[in-house]
Write a protein that binds this ligand. Sequence first.
Ligand code: FES
Length: 104
Amino acid sequence: MDVIAEHDRMKDVAHPLRIAGISRPADVTFSFAGTSLSAPEGENLAAALIACGIRRLGEGQDAARPRAALCMMGVCQQCLLRVDGRLVQACLVPVRAGMVVTAT
Ligand code: FES
């Protein structure tokens, strides 16, 4: 399933990874692979993408095994993305309004 279709499928679903009843900063808008997404400002980018229904972050050496956030603590390098042109680990970067995120 492509990124856009997966996001469209999940956008109206309350994500079970976001605990209900917790006060969060207001949502801000950012883009991933040309798709506009929203997430609470400051949430880590990898978690925000997962909550938006996006798990496939890029292609691996083997097309049958795409990259996805794995460790969520900056160790595995599986979440590498470009944010505003800079290569970063998505699990270590907070969501900011207007950030432009692309696959590597
Ligand atoms: S998920 Fe492992 S480095 Fe980000």
